[in-house]
Design a protein around this ligand. Structure first.
Ligand SMILES: Cc1cc2nc3c(=O)[nH]c(=O)nc-3n(C[C@H](O)[C@H](O)[C@H](O)COP(=O)(O)O)c2cc1C
Length: 441
């Protein structure tokens, strides 16, 4: 099996590494912050991040340095950084490992990003269920403040930054950056209409950057080893660096694997994750979290970089790879995800609020052998009317499992519909032979 040098998970693989400040410093931690604070101009830090090619690891893959450069220049009021630690996408569990096992790596990333964008206050928005993670981050903040890496006059440079942990209440939508900002402001977590974008009108209507945990954790390494080093890893020029892929489902070794971008799904699933858990062959996999369209065995040799996965009709998204073996019902898999999206729709946009309910009811009908051929057309029509018509990308997410399973496994839907027709014929003929039945329900 090919072995790759890890970047983000490296510290935690050291024997006895606890993630404490002492351990992190011993592993070279906070050297990058020392290198930049007061020595490299903030704009130069942004340029370095642009040169590294780093793209967001939260889902959309937006170039990080470019996002930072959208903030208004020479703005006189406060600017904020928000670290998105909501990690609510089903099948995704990488940020949690970074938070629990190496919290200072994230804090150093937050400090570097805040310096680059001129933020003196940063928030870590962490999903409510991550109780342990929130405690670990709080503890790490105490250590970092005491050591002078946060607070006023950091390392004697005159730079100020304080960081706060804010616990969410466990709503998927609060991972969407503008719903996150609403929630952080104490309001109900509903996405905002964009534009204006957070870069100009973000938290408390001030210029704000929202970045994912893994995105920020890369920053100390880009500073320490240089943007060109980072840009040479993975699948340059558009997909640089490593990614932590979260493999779950019917594999022998589910877990987080940090590999350079651009390896194939086949390598990730069969070599790193140990292959299928039983003799049953792979039937399907989700390449990038529940919002991504399903792939088939034909897609195993697609490269795991932003462009290749998009070209093949899905997305790398949050990095959650869920593997399903032969024998899994794809209608059932899509139904489970429809239940999730129905439960999590925030209700702000009509197509999503009403559409998730319609999609779920139709899927349930088909699954319970009560569907008819017309239901397939209804499903596709619903999906067509949801996509692109919602304030945030939730609408696109909810249709992905439906449309992709209908594309590749339509026969499974049809078999359930055929079963419904057969059962109804049998029940009709039984009733017609039974004089006690009136034929009325
Ligand atoms: C419904 C929905 C849920 C999202 N959930 C998350 C999440 O849990 N964590 C995350 O980092 N980004 C999530 N995102 C993406 C964020 O809106 C945003 O793009 C990201 O935090 C930006 O950080 P990045 O540029 O570092 O990737 C979600 C987006 C949508 C539409």
């Amino acid at each position: 099996m090919p072995q790759y040098e890890t970047i983000l998970l490296k510290n935690m693989s050291r024997p006895g590494y606890t993630g404490s400040l002492t351990d992190y410093e011993r592993a070279g931690g906070y050297q990058a912050l020392r290198k930049v604070l007061g020595k490299v101009a903030p704009t130069e830090v942004t340029e370095m991040v642009k040169r590294s090619g780093l793209r967001g690891r939260g889902g959309a893959g937006f170039p990080t340095g470019v996002k930072w450069s959208f903030l208004p220049k020479d703005y006189q009021g406060p600017t904020y950084l928000c670290c998105n630690a909501d990690e609510s996408e089903p099948g995704t569990f990488k940020d949690r490992q970074l938070i629990e096992r190496d919290p200072h790596q994230i804090l150093e990333g937050i400090a570097i990003a805040s310096y680059a964008i001129g933020a003196e206050t940063a928030y870590i928005y962490i999903r409510g269920e991550f109780v342990l993670g929130a405690k670990i981050l709080e503890q790490a903040l105490v250590e970092a403040r005491a050591a002078g890496y946060l607070g006023c006059n950091i390392l004697g440079t005159g730079v100020t930054l304080d960081v706060w942990v804010h616990r969410g209440a466990g709503a998927y939508i609060c991972g969407e950056e503008t719903a996150l900002l609403e929630s952080l402001e104490g309001k109900r977590g509903l996405p905002r209409v964009k534009p204006p974008f957070p870069a100009t009108h973000g938290l408390y209507n001030k210029p704000t950057v929202v970045n994912n945990v893994e995105t920020l954790a890369n920053l100390p390494h880009i500073i320490n080893k240089g943007p060109d080093w980072f840009a040479s890893i993975g699948s340059p020029p558009k997909s640089t660096g490593t990614r932590i892929f979260c493999v779950s489902g019917h594999v022998k070794q589910p877990g987080n694997y940090e590999v350079p971008m651009g390896i194939t799904f086949r390598e990730l699933i069969y070599e790193h994750a140990g292959g299928m858990r039983s003799e049953k062959p792979l039937k399907a996999f989700i390449p990038g979290g529940a919002s991504a369209a399903f792939f088939t065995p034909e897609h195993l040799d697609v490269k795991m970089d932003f462009e290749s996965v998009a070209q093949a009709g899905s997305m790398l998204g949050s990095g959650g790879v869920t593997v399903m073996e032969e024998g899994t019902s794809m209608v059932w898999a899509a139904l489970r995800l429809s239940e999730f999206f129905y439960h999590e729709s925030c209700g702000k946009c009509t197509p999503c609020r009403e559409g998730t309910s319609w999609v779920l009811q139709t899927m349930q009908r088909i699954w319970k052998h009560q569907g008819c051929q017309e239901d397939l057309a209804i499903l596709l029509d619903l999906c067509q009317h949801i996509t692109g018509r919602t304030v945030c990308a939730f609408g696109d997410a909810l249709i992905a499992p439906i449309v992709s399973t209908l594309t590749y496994w339509r026969h499974e839907y049809e078999a359930l519909i055929q079963a419904a027709a057969t059962e109804s014929l049998i029940s009709l003929s039984t009733r017609s032979r039974d004089p006690g039945q009136t034929g009325h329900p």
